[in-house]
Design a protein around this ligand. Sequence first.
Ligand code: HAM
Length: 412
Amino acid sequence: MKFNPIRGTHDLFGEELQKFNLIQSEVNSLAKKFNFDEIQTPIFEKTELFQKPLGEQSDVVLKEMYTFSDRNDDLITLRPEYTTPMIRAAISNNLLVKLPCKFFGIGPMFRRERPQKGRYRQFNQINFENLGCNDSFADVELILIANNLLNNLIQKKDFKLHINSLGNKKTLQFYKKELIHYFNKHKHSLSKESIEKIKTNPLRILDSKNKIDQAIVSKAPSIYDFFTNEDSKIYEEVKKLLNNFDIKYVEDSSLVRGLDYYCNTVFEFKTQSLGSQNTLIGGGRYDGLVKVLGGNDIPGVGWAAGIERISMLMKLKKNINNVIHFAIQNENFKTHALKAYKYLTESNFSVYWNYKFNLKKSLSKSNESNARYIIIVGEEEYKLKKYTLKNLQDGNQSILNFSELLNKIKNG
Ligand code: HAM
């Protein structure tokens, strides 16, 4: 019987894994630069941790969570996102003492969505969260980190920052009521999906992709008309700070995000190069969430990036690798060549032994792999008890004894 990965999951190897590791090391250096501490949480949590905070009517909770009963009938869910588990971990371990606390994490998430390009059932996220800070610079600092991450990994033309503000929780509550009223008046023209959302999640009608819905949405009341002075002040401050950092953005009033916990600043880095799964990074402010999860009433802001989506836009540079290859003319010279192999590995060099005794094939394989050096052992080298070291990048080669070989490799 042949087994394949389960639909919507994928194995990581080769170039894909190289990209994954590159992303991970970029994330680690950014976290260091901006002083975020890593948190790793378990893959599964109590279902309740996600249900209310993400929104009982959100797509994630309604349709996408991998939930099962444990043997003692506890309801368990594979984490569909990282913000709630991270906050849970911060509370469980009493980490929220000196505020603000800045955390980051990388790991697999699980959502039972319909698989397509850029959308998986197990995918990897990077998360950055700032807990306990009201200052709008916390929002912009996070956007700056996200912008840095994308700038360092993919081309500028492949992403654009969209921002919006949802006002504070009360503003948003009031606005939702107005939207329900407005959409009920236009119920007869809305798509079936949007009609279903009127009562449960009217904000999501605003980002409907349906053309007829969009015409109705274009005349819907705007959240900006419901802003308090403080809401406007916060949004203006965010935009001013983004300008200070020369971060370009588009204001997008249809940007509402899919999870329920947001207020005030929301943002997404979008791409036009991936088809419909076009959000690379999404996040925003979630004041009140820590309290809902049993902590103190402190504010929070953060984002998550999809590693697979970023990876699809990355181009790997062909790096010269510093592995030392071997090419041996025939088996009789094996012991002589192995002396160099032993010596080099003991001196901490990385080596690649070619098991085939064929100079031509070995050389072309080493050239393909973009290695810097190859050690060639043939009749002459065997007789002289020396080795030919060829620099595959510039073509120079010379016959050397052990110490000359080592010197040459060390000093380039
Ligand atoms: P989200 O928008 O649900 O936000 O997901 C964030 C990112 O994860 C998306 O922009 C996308 O790149 C990636 N992603 C989501 N679902 C999939 C999937 N099925 N396959 C591949 N990639 C996917 C959150 O998860 C929030 N917790 C973000 C946040 C952090 N807000 C505040 N802090």
